[in-house]
Design a protein around this ligand. Sequence first.
Ligand code: URA
Length: 257
Amino acid sequence: MTRTTSRPEGAAASGVGAGVRLHKLLARAGAGSLRECERLIREGRVRVGAQVVTAMGVLVGPDDEVRLDGQPVRREPLVHFVLHKPRGVVCTNLAQDPRPRAVDLVPTRLRVYTVGRLDSDTEGLLLVTNDGPLSQRLSHPRYKQEKTYLAKVSGAVSREALDGLRRGVRLAEGMTLPARVSLKHGGRQVSTLRITIREGMNRQVRRMIAHVGLKLRRLRRVSLGPLRLGSLPRGASRRLTRGELTALRKAAGISGR
Ligand code: URA
């Protein structure tokens, strides 16, 4: 039968050896912030082996089975990468897709996925992680992050085209929201636009650009919320810094880690 324990700080649950504190283990597994994980424990939703643990500070060892709401808690570390996705690489996890996959460019054996998508022809910043709660938050409309793209187009860009992009254009799904748009380079042969949007309609920037009569040559995402692509080479990835992860979690409304 399941027992509830409210052991004091540092005491081990039965069969629980010295190791990591339970709320930290839950937070690392992506169950929530440290504070949220303490609440989960207090609410009696966490088990170590057969025992419901409600005390703070209980230590769990590597062999202890931890369950949250009856589901096993994964003990794998959370990983977060920024990838510079090259053209021709796809944002799918389907192993049977014959095209090169973004997830294969990231140096981890953990099962990771992309947060949001870039279409196959678009290159640039992609967040790749196994952090489910963060990914879910970032996909929620309330926490949608600003995304900035550099769009190289043929020829000069008219004032009307710039104003049209800024105001928003009518796509099949409806009007796009006003965007921040500036001309980074204006030439007669080619021009480069800097476009910041918050929505994520399918191939949105491509369709916005086509709508105002411009011919897109190349599209690259250079930022996502607080993350910047910087000088990361095409095809390369790097781990998020602690500061970036904190900023991203904050932007997603997750605090306390
Ligand atoms: N807009 C596009 O057209 N493509 C992307 O991949 C992202 C935004």
